[in-house]
Write a protein that binds this ligand. Sequence first.
Ligand code: AHG
Ligand code: MN
Ligand code: MN
Length: 345
Amino acid sequence: MTDHRAITLSQFVLQQEREHPEASGEFTSVLLDIALAAKMINKAVVRAGLADVIGATGDVNVQGERVQKLDVFAHETIMRVLGSTGQLAVVASEEDEGIVPMPDDAPIGKYVVNFDPLDGSSNIDANVNIGTIFSILPRITRKGQGTIEDCLQAGRRQMCAGYVLYGSSTMLVYTTGDGVHGFTYEPSIGEFLLSHADIRTPKRGHIYSVNEGNYARWSDGMKRYADWLKVEDKATDRPYSMRYVGSLVADFHRNLLYGGIYLYPGDAKNPNGKLRLLYEAAPLAFVAEQAGGAASDGTRRIMDLAPSSLHQRTQLFLGSPDDVADCEAFLQGRHEGLNLERRTL
Ligand code: AHG
Ligand code: MN
Ligand code: MN
């Protein structure tokens, strides 16, 4: 897995550009800009725990500046970097109600970025993994500031998507439609180094990741699937293990490497679940598919969903293709599994 040569993200991106000039383009510099923002966010994430411990004596408070929540800080950091590059026409962020136009004095470019600046914010204070998710698209409108129409594009239109995982080590994982590549941050030199070339996800895993506390509100199909995963069966290697960090990026990354399924179903209270199509589901669906995985809303491919609003939510079933197919079969009432097993329980 680990290459003996040290290849930086910039070197890798340039090499990809040379090998696939038709597939890449200026948008790869947007990816490098996102990586720069990720380094800045990482610096703040690493210090966040320390600042909590030492409380009011932290630098920020001494200077009298308002203490910002990390998700707002992440949003502003990404905007500070992306707003001035001249590559973008418009962006949309989970942390902003409407689209974010480019600054008046900045040149306007051809690309659009949709992003979740800080994923898993409820885990920040506990020093548990958090992330950033991003999606790069070509603009649809022709000139001037981009519009909401540029942001509301189906996932299959993405040119690049990925995530940064701030954890025991910080990683950036992305795809441009030519496989999935993972880089680990080396803080001593300030570079992301290629550590996981051409990531492939197992066809089937043995992990499921879901907030099972919502079980009582799920559909019958979803309940049956979760029940079935827990039944002992040597032939299909059940029961599955349940792993749930509560940060989508962390749960997705683990399952991408080990195999398994991430689920955020709708329920009686929220029929479309919790996760956002533009900032969470679509980019991770692109990564999953490029690694040999699958992403569904229960009946349709996530990549085919046409968004109608910026913060639109969708059910999400994401991971190893055989697991996603099983889950869809249960949700659609096509799987007899547990009915058969119940008779023998
Ligand atoms: P965000 O922090 O960007 O709002 O996203 C939180 C999401 C996602 O990271 C995670 O998988 C999910 O919320 C957890 O939700 P529950 O607490 O309902 O399990
Ligand atoms: Mn999120
Ligand atoms: Mn977020």
